[in-house]
Write a protein of this length. Sequence first.
Length: 173
Amino acid sequence: MSSKELIPTESLLNKILVIRSQKVMLDRDLAVLYGVETRVLKQSVKRNIKRFPKDFMFTLSKKEIEKMVSQNVIPSKSYLGGANPMAFTEQGVAMLSSVINSERAIEVNILIMRAFVKLREILSTHKKVEEKLKELENKLEEHDDQIVQIIQVINQLITPPSPTKKKVGFTID
């Protein structure tokens, strides 16, 4: 089975969430992708906890879970099972392949790494487009000011000067 037949990149991108300003995947989603039970994945991580510092993996708080439910990221708390889920950063996902030692885990990890790279590319492109739009907006504002000045000058040239009235009578020098 080739890795391309496993999972399309788009469906992996939908599984990558932003929590605590980090792009992560939840233990439940990873377990499904690896073809193992969530409890097996968690047990493997707990047996090898030294491989997962806080910047590789963290456990979600109840408040974070409630926020995910309220934003429709997950349908309900029961979707996650009983325990608080673990969230794995890109480095944590890479480390999982050494903990879950199967051919499928290796292939899935390669796909997940590619999905993280694709997400970075998408975000980078989005940022570049945003910068270009801001640049164009600034140029338009500058041009608007120049156009207003040109119109004012044209109006001054078109409008004939008001005739000066000569005063009736004698002037004393």
